[in-house]
Design a protein around this ligand. Structure first.
Ligand SMILES: Cc1cc2nc3c(=O)[nH]c(=O)nc-3n(C[C@H](O)[C@H](O)[C@H](O)COP(=O)(O)OP(=O)(O)OC[C@H]3O[C@@H](n4cnc5c(N)ncnc54)[C@H](O)[C@@H]3O)c2cc1C
Length: 169
């Protein structure tokens, strides 16, 4: 199967990178929903259109939330080629190291953050160049947010005060 990066889930890119480079296997993607051939998906700023109807969206709602006045909370998920990544906002988010390490402790052998980190690096080209955490020649081009709103750093500082360590991505 040959698709461009924007048509694939980030997870699928990650999986393909792992498979191509270590297992030499092919990956078959099975997905419900229509083809993704629309400007509403190809133009990232059009994301909001897909959040307002169910054409490319499962349009889920949560159960009633006891601590939110029993409201049901809207949960968009992609129902289209590319899944939710076809609806996403192009923010690069790497899972927190604690989560990977917990998964391994719970039995997912080989999925600790240290195990996954080489593949995160292989997948990434970071604008600040490669280092121990960031990649320099992968498929995902990552740049830092251009906004310098002081609230962002205040948010990170608040986490540090609560002993939540910051993590490079
Ligand atoms: C609106 C929105 C914005 C987001 N923005 C970002 C962002 O900026 N950065 C970021 O990193 N992440 C973002 N995310 C999250 C990211 O898109 C998801 O975490 C990621 O796509 C999950 O990948 P997945 O392969 O696990 O699931 P999905 O991409 O949801 O893929 C699951 C696929 O399975 C299909 N499927 C489900 N049930 C069936 C069935 N019974 N039979 C056949 N197919 C089925 C679905 O239709 C879908 O195509 C966003 C998500 C949403 C919804």
């Amino acid at each position: 199967m040959t698709t461009s990066f924007v048509e694939q889930d980030l997870q699928a890119v990650f999986l393909q990178t792992v498979c191509r480079q270590t297992l030499k296997n092919k990956v078959l993607l099975l997905e419900a929903g229509p083809k993704d051939w629309t400007w509403k998906i190809h133009m990232p700023a059009a994301l909001i259109y897909n959040l307002c109807d169910n054409k490319y969206n499962w349009y889920y709602e949560t159960e009633e939330q006891e601590f939110m006045d029993n409201r049901r909370i809207y949960q968009p998920r992609g129902r289209v080629w590319g899944g939710s990544s076809s609806l996403n906002a192009m923010v690069y988010i790497r899972g927190h190291a604690y989560d990977y390490d917990r998964w391994e402790k719970e039995g997912a052998e080989g999925w600790s953050y240290a195990d996954c980190l080489p593949y995160f690096r292989k997948s990434q080209t970071h604008e600040l160049g490669p280092d121990d955490y960031r990649g320099g020649d992968g498929h995902l081009n990552v740049s830092r947010g251009k906004s310098d709103n002081p609230l962002y750093q205040a948010f990170i500082d608040a986490g540090l005060k609560l002993a939540i360590p910051s993590q490079k991505t």
